[in-house]
Design a protein around this ligand. Structure first.
Ligand code: PMV
Length: 366
């Protein structure tokens, strides 16, 4: 085989392009790709990872109690194409501006291939408690893994660990594995200091943080397949400052020890909500969500905007509460009437997002 044949070109005069013959006159139908011989084609990979919503246990999880999160339909899509230069969204890629991405490329995979054209599309409100940075890390991890090895199987636990490390790197060494594990595994995930009864253990995570060593047990709960309810998230339009809210709660607990009972109450509500969820008892899940919101108000993490959205959806919901750190960000309602709830959110100035409970985890799209 000569070098033309190796490129997918036929060297006979019948099919070969004569010197200076216009490309438009040249019959390319015998080529696998009419524009370019396959051997010169650059690789392209698209990966998607979902966002998450905490149903129970935010803030209490910081003190070792369990948190329950579900993957949602919306998420982040990453497209990587081999290129001649490094770009992100059409502009030159500067690694220090994108710590999650550069950590995955350099520290995790030691990527040494062609420069990449990176495109990112997010269906999540950012800085709103929906785990957009975790979804980005997971989708990026999956896409890099696949562009480096087209036969590589996606190991969801490995991706969750990679995403968790990327989050920690970007957040001064502090990150709980809740967002990355939920986005990687999909479904319903329980994160706690130790395995919670009634859940299936998936993996353990640990991290050396500025405050000392931390350990988590990451477990799954199988949701009944026929759950007849939807989640509707309502974004206040205000970003949710997780670090500040966590610090505020720590100060409150230090100043007023009676607030410890709110944490214990959240832990009990979480257990009740989890049991109800596993049994498909939607009314009981809703009651637990309402009770959880009240306890979160008592520790000062709700806001007038969150309370207004929660009040607005209550007549059409089984239950509603703030989700994530609070102070802004999102609330979530469990409902059998998602359109009515979405309308109610819009009427009081919020932005709705409808999702199933427990979407699939990170995946390769093409
Ligand atoms: O708003 P988010 O998704 O960052 O959730 C924060 C959840 C907290 O319990 C408040 C903090 C944490 O690290 O778990």
């Amino acid at each position: 085989m000569n070098h033309l044949q190796a490129l997918g070109l036929n060297s006979t005069s019948k099919c070969g392009r004569a010197f200076n013959q216009p490309l438009a006159d040249y019959n390319t139908s015998h080529l696998p790709n009419p524009h370019f011989p396959d051997i010169l084609a650059k690789d392209m990979v698209r990966a998607f990872a979902p966002g998450k919503c905490i149903l129970f246990g935010e803030h209490a999880v910081v003190y070792g109690h369990p948190a329950v999160a579900v993957a949602i339909d919306a998420g982040v899509e990453v497209e990587l194409s081999e290129s001649d230069s490094w770009t992100i969204e059409g502009i030159p890629f500067e690694s220090e501006k994108h710590p999650h991405i550069s950590h995955i490329l350099n520290d995790v995979f030691d990527y040494g291939g062609d420069p990449l054209k990176i495109k990112i599309e997010s269906g999540l409100f950012s800085a709103a408690g929906l785990g957009s940075s975790a979804a980005l890390s997971n989708a990026m991890g999956a896409a890099v893994l696949r562009i480096m090895d087209s036969n590589a199987e996606l190991d969801l636990v490995k991706l969750a660990r990679i995403g968790h490390a990327a989050e920690a790197k970007a957040q001064s060494g502090r990150a709980s594995p809740t967002d990355t594990a939920t986005s990687a595994l999909g479904g319903c995930v329980v994160v706690a200091g130790e395995q919670v009864t009634g859940t299936k253990h998936v993996f353990d995570a640990s991290m050396v943080t500025p405050e000392g060593d931390r350990k988590w047990s990451i477990c799954e709960v199988e949701l009944p397949a026929d759950l007849d309810a939807w989640l509707v998230l309502g974004f206040t339009g205000i970003s949710s400052p997780t670090g500040e809210m966590v610090a505020g709660v720590a100060k409150l607990l230090e100043e007023d020890s009676s607030k410890d009972q709110e944490m214990d109450a959240i832990a009990m509500i979480t257990q009740a909500g989890l049991t109800a969820l596993g049994a498909g008892n939607l009314e009981a899940v809703g009651i637990a969500m309402n009770a959880c919101h009240e306890r979160l108000q008592n520790i000062g993490v709700s806001s007038p905007e969150l309370d207004s959205l929660v009040e607005a959806v209550r007549p059409h919901s089984l239950g509603a509460k703030l989700t994530g750190a609070g102070g802004g960000g999102c609330m979530v309602a469990l409902t059998q009437n998602p359109q009515r709830v979405a309308e109610a959110i819009e009427v009081v100035g919020g932005t709705p997002l409808i999702s199933r409970l427990g979407a699939d985890g990170v995946r390769i799209l093409s």
